[in-house]
Design a protein around this ligand. Structure first.
Ligand SMILES: Nc1ncnc2c1ncn2[C@@H]1O[C@H](COP(=O)(O)OP(=O)(O)OP(=O)(O)O)[C@@H](O)[C@H]1O
Ligand SMILES: C[C@H](N)[C@H](N)CCCCCC(=O)O
Ligand SMILES: [Mg+2]
Length: 229
């Protein structure tokens, strides 16, 4: 039976999709079987664009589980928060579908990376949010942060929340976005790393490169395996 990890982030657009693809490719590099799943996809019709991007970064074709929608069981058409997208499409967001897909994927693969939508407090329904799901499911969490200005604040707020909810945090992926200021990037990484060491001594801090000039992501990162040990 495989194991699922939830990939959340400090905000929408922080790089969860790219980081999930890189993580999966790096873990697969030594022959470990791994798949990715999208929690709730919004802004798409038939197929999840995040799953397509995962496969592109991983350098593999769509899997059978992509084609039969197991990896993205819930898709809404409007690119907004899942609770609102569900109301607009007049289709109930049935979280049981996520659990069912997760179980199917865990039967076939050793690891499953489940990418969230937006950040931790994004509503799934008007009375249930992403963090509620992470807490209730007991799935370990990997948090994606980024080198964008403003990320220190968003990251430390997210980490305080994770502490408050007593979530099993495996680590932070510090994602290098294109065109950011070098001194600022290095210092933000230092602040987050120090906070993590003081508050989550068991967790890992791993840097994800800017892949804008390496779209196929050619060099796997060996240390990412620490996150799933
Ligand atoms: N490491 C990286 N190198 C280069 N570009 C990146 C990197 N990470 C993210 N990006 C770019 O930043 C944008 C947002 O990234 P991404 O789609 O991964 O965000 P996200 O957190 O998954 O968003 P969502 O909440 O919609 O799922 C994309 O255009 C992506 O190509
Ligand atoms: C459509 C977008 N790219 C994401 N998938 C959904 C982001 C929801 C964010 C909600 C919010 O925090 O205000
Ligand atoms: Mg994404």
């Amino acid at each position: 039976m495989g194991k699922t990890f939830f990939i959340s982030g400090i905000d929408t657009d922080c790089g969860k999709t790219i980081a999930t693809g890189i993580l999966a490719k790096s873990i697969a590099a030594n022959g470990t079987s791994i798949i990715t799943q999208k929690f709730v996809q919004t802004g798409c019709t038939d197929f999840s664009e995040d799953i397509t991007k995962h496969r592109e970064v991983m350098g593999i074709d769509p899997t059978i589980e992509d084609l039969n929608h197991t990896t993205a069981p819930i898709i809404f058409s409007t690119p907004v928060s899942p609770h609102l997208a569900s109301e607009i499409d007049k289709r109930e967001l049935d979280i049981k579908k996520v659990y069912a897909s997760m179980n199917d994927l865990e039967e076939k693969y050793e690891y499953n990376l489940l990418e969230g939508a937006g950040g931790l407090m994004v509503p799934i329904t008007r009375s249930y949010n992403t963090l509620d799901f992470i807490k209730d499911s007991g799935i370990p969490l990997i948090l994606v942060s980024s080198s964008k200005l403003g990320s220190i604040n968003h990251t430390l707020i997210s980490l305080e929340l994770i502490k408050h909810y007593q979530i099993n945090l495996k680590g932070v992926l510090y994602n290098h976005l294109p065109d950011t200021h070098d001194l600022m990037i290095r210092d933000s990484a230092r602040v987050i790393k120090t906070y993590l060491k003081d508050n989550f001594p068991e967790s890992h801090f791993i840097e994800i490169p800017d892949i804008s000039k390496d779209k196929d992501f050619t060099i796997p990162i060996p240390v990412v395996k620490l996150l799933i040990d």
